[in-house]
Write a protein that binds this ligand. Sequence first.
Ligand code: SF4
Length: 394
Amino acid sequence: MALISNDRDEGATPPGGWPVPRSAYIHVPFCRHRCGYCNFSVVANRDEWIDRYLRAIEVELTALNRPRVATVFLGGGTPTHLPADSLVKLLRLVTSALDVSADAEISVEANPEDINATTLAVLQDHGVNRISLGVQSFDDSKLKILERGHTGDQARRIIDQAATVVPNLSIDLIFSAPEETLAIWNRDLEIACSLPIRHLSTYALTFEKGTQFWNRRHRGELFGNDDSLEVAMYQAARDSARKVGLQQYEVSSFAADGFRCRHNMSYWHGDGWFAAGPGAARFVNGLREVNHRSPATYLKRMENSLTPTAESESITVEQFARERAAFGVRLLDGIEISEFESATGMDLLGFFADAIELSIKEELIERQGSVIRLTERGILFADTVAARLLTADA
Ligand code: SF4
């Protein structure tokens, strides 16, 4: 393949050009309460900013000149925290500012405490065909520690109700919360797997700098769990999901046949995507940009006709290849070598030779025909493999 090279090529573009974005992310920063572990761009008790936010999003999206998109993801924050009329406005402006294809996946993140018949009707009437519900647990004590506002029973009822309206229903569960035992987690999994969900995402709780949980851990008020318990919990999730036909397709994601999250796949495949809202990150035409994280700063800048962008980086083809490899390896289907090479112009096995050889030697990845993928053991060390690919010596 003539275009494959190991050379650094600052300023160049990949052989087929930069990927044309077919996805859009809209960040909705409003929440009822800021959970102690949350490090997202979020505001609580600032609902009086909602109209200003809607005007800012309209300006940001209109400036895109109505690109064609195949996936839209409204995340947050909590999009469903918006009152019904504001949610209608947001969905209308998103679907008119973007040229959303007829078979697009339109996802909305939701909290169990905000879902009711009215919210579901609004989502359905405006083309939302996927709901990602932040359940986190069905155990009331664990929910309390996580500072969630719903109960386990409420979450179960909402899942049943939502699935009758939007069958493509995903839930998020957190494991390894403070004081959590394997028994509590197994019970969470048992309940989740008995419910009509098509997708499950599970994440170990992390103590992020700047969160209340981080401060509380440093004051000795909260404790993390040891690695062996986390691994046991993760393996329990994999076993439970497999038993009910939720196939693991990414390190933290499980889906029924045909229900992989198309929007997230576009991130992991390194395709481009548009993004709007505070803290939103986009990748368009080789430019990686992040908006101002503070919702107050974002709104002020938009109202003063200033750019919402806080950081902008023109990435090199080499960086593009590194990121594509590092994110792609998280997918259990692995990285298809020739596909990687035609997208990036980089020789996967040559450019990443040391990282790949070391990871193969440690039985973290394997080559199967034309694919490099994580091994069973490597699934537990995906971050290590990804970091090696990101920082591999050229
Ligand atoms: S509901 Fe979600 S986004 Fe909002 S504060 Fe809690 S964890 Fe963060």
